[in-house]
Design a protein around this ligand. Structure first.
Ligand code: ZN
Length: 82
């Protein structure tokens, strides 16, 4: 396996939450729909390696859910008030 630097063209900001994947071989986050790195052919990581980051990701998702719930509640209240 060799890095052909194709991955740099698909470079993404760091973060699994946005659907970005990490190539362990190129050591780069890329925006790519396939499971395999377009560059070196290595399998891409879609989830954090450390449980610490997993927990962070879970908390982030929970917060987003809560926000959505709160927003729904608010819109319900507005509907009832009218
Ligand atoms: Zn790669």
């Amino acid at each position: 396996m060799t890095c052909k630097c194709i991955c740099i063209r698909h470079k993404a900001s760091r973060g699994y939450a946005n659907g970005h994947k990490l190539c362990n071989y190129c050591n780069l986050f890329i925006k790519w729909d396939e499971l395999w790195c377009p560059c070196c052919g290595n399998k891409l990581r879609t989830r954090p390696r450390h449980s610490k980051y997993k927990a962070k990701l879970r908390i982030k998702k929970q917060k987003e859910k809560q926000m959505q719930k709160a927003q729904n509640k608010n819109s319900n209240i507005i509907l009832h008030a009218q």
